[in-house]
Design a protein around this ligand. Structure first.
Ligand code: C2O
Ligand code: CU
Ligand code: CU
Length: 517
């Protein structure tokens, strides 16, 4: 089918004119910009800031729980929802909402999620940050076809693809530490527009180690999915797809480096305000944007500064807390922070600002300190144990070059000069071994590896940066930078991917196969 036809993809992108078109945002992107990409402005008047209340996505109840695990069901469907006050926006959502329902798991319990596809296109579900068997990891060609679609659609260009009609289970075995994970669409060539339309949700994992810590919990533990979007005058989402039905891939020339919106949504609400007590709160910040990077800070900062106390990241708790004045977040990354609103006075307003933004994107949300309350939480000096992977144990050092490239005479993005194709293997790793990957780049690329979390060894000639601590699954690689990461391939053998998580880059071939044997 066409969705898997790479020749069709590059054909759609066209020839030399496209190469020139992509070149322009690239150059402007390198000079002083903080995100790869081009702004797609809304044509609707932007909604007011800090007037709409923050909501948190509903927690999904299991349909069944027994000795074999917890069973959930989700229906992927389109829905008309109110994102901009007074307007209706058609989204694609898990259970018809954006963000999708939050799945909450225990690390020692198997979780099974049954997905039913009532959308007009195939989908693929990936649990980002999960250590998942290859059959359930959401390989980009393992399509879940729409309910009732014809069998002829089953034939693709990837003979190894597993195609399912209508409904399927994704099985997540119980072997993850507590962490803020998320699930999202991962269909080859179409992840950008699908996530933009709303196919993303939280999947939180708890464990006994985290339970034993005196951290804020309950309604003082807030997942915050931060995205940028653009809206047309009728309230619909704008996205520069060449084919709005998402049957053939590609975006218009100007957006080949990434799509940036001018409306910031937190949990689907534009610039929300949250009323909080003057106590510690845990904020699980996820950058689910397609291409936008953020530098988040509190305005005003609390007396003495260091108001963002980082306790966790992509792969769960850090070994010890790190105090930041600001946190830089690339797409797909998670930063768990504790903010002590007790450092402010009741009635005060504190804005979460984006120092990488300009105009409407310079602000994210606001907290209003509404009342005092008892607070028996604290952030202990020791949070967890993180054993450093030892570079001496690495069996191989690989170099991965991420760059804007000519792909068979057309514009695209490659890894080591190779565009993604299901049958091109970029790395073969042996199960149980440790490898060092040296990542180099021309440009901003958030590099994500499936299956195996990693640790950052170095950036340039220095050590890891201040946002690189702990177990990561996505590295914020910056222009002309070289970073080294160390990975242990534990868990499962099989076919996985690693890729740039700028979703427009990913859709334009910046993805590689990782074969674990
Ligand atoms: Cu969040 Cu391969 O993706
Ligand atoms: Cu992933
Ligand atoms: Cu990229």
């Amino acid at each position: 089918m066409r969705a898997m036809n790479r020749r069709g993809f590059f054909g759609v992108l066209g020839g030399a004119t496209v190469a020139a078109g992509v070149g322009v945002p690239l150059l402007s992107g390198i000079r002083g910009s903080t995100s790869a990409g081009t702004l797609l402005a809304s044509s609707v008047p932007l909604p007011g800031r800090f007037t709409l209340p923050l909501v948190t996505p509903p927690v999904l109840a299991p349909v069944r729980s027994d000795a074999t695990g917890d069973y959930y069901e989700l229906v992927q469907r389109s829905a008309r929802v109110e994102l901009i006050p007074g307007m209706k926006t058609e989204i694609w959502g898990y259970n018809g909402i954006f963000p999708g329902p939050t799945i909450v798991s225990r690390s020692d319990r198997p979780t099974v999620v049954r997905h039913r596809n009532e959308l007009p296109v195939p989908v693929v579900v990936h649990l980002h940050g999960g250590r998942t068997p290859p059959s359930d990891d959401g390989y980009p060609t393992d399509l879940l076809m729409p309910v009732g679609s014809a069998a002829e659609h089953q034939h693709g260009h990837d003979p190894a693809a597993v195609i399912t009609m209508g409904e399927r289970d994704y099985r997540y075995p119980p072997r993850h530490r507590a962490a803020t994970l998320w699930y999202h669409d991962h269909r080859m060539d179409f992840t950008g527009p699908s996530v933009w339309r709303g196919l993303a949700g939280f999947h939180l994992v708890h464990d006994a180690e985290e339970d034993a810590l005196p951290l804020p919990r309950g309604d003082r533990d807030l997942p915050l999915m931060i995205v940028d979007r653009s809206f047309a005058e009728d309230g619909s989402l704008r996205y520069p797809s060449l084919d709005p039905t998402l049957k053939t891939p590609g975006v218009t020339d100007a957006y080949g480096a990434g799509v940036l919106g001018d409306v910031i949504l937190v949990n689907g609400v534009p610039w929300p305000v949250a009323e909080v007590s003057a106590t510690r709160h845990r904020l699980r910040m996820l950058n689910a944007s397609n291409a936008r990077r953020y530098r988040l800070a509190l305005d005003p900062p609390p007396p003495g500064g260091g108001g963002l106390v980082q306790i966790g990241t992509d792969g769960g708790l850090l070994d010890r807390p790190v105090r930041h004045d600001a946190i830089e977040m690339a797409p797909a990354q998670r930063y768990d922070v504790v903010v002590d609103f007790g450092a402010y006075h009741v009635g005060q307003e504190v804005t979460l600002v984006n120092e990488f933004g300009a105009g409407s994107t310079a602000q994210v949300m606001r907290f209003r300190i509404a009342r005092s309350a008892k607070d028996d939480t604290r952030v202990p000096e020791k949070l967890s144990e993180i054993a450093a992977l030892n570079p001496a144990q690495a069996v191989v050092t690989r170099t991965m070059r991420f760059r804007h490239d000519d792909v068979r005479g057309m514009a695209g993005w490659t890894i080591n000069g190779q565009p993604f194709a299901p049958d091109v293997v970029h790395a073969r790793a042996r199960l149980g071994t440790v490898e060092i990957w040296r990542l180099t780049t021309d440009f901003h690329h958030p590099i994500h590896v499936h299956l195996a979390p990693f640790q950052v060894l170095s950036r340039g000639n220095g050590g890891p940066g201040s946002y690189d601590r702990g177990w990561k699954d996505t590295l914020d690689l910056r222009p002309a930078e070289q970073a080294e990461i160390i990975i242990r391939f534990d868990g499962y053998a099989g076919r996985y991917v690693f890729h740039c998580h700028n979703l427009e880059h990913e859709d334009m071939a910046m993805m590689g196969n990782l074969l674990v044997t």
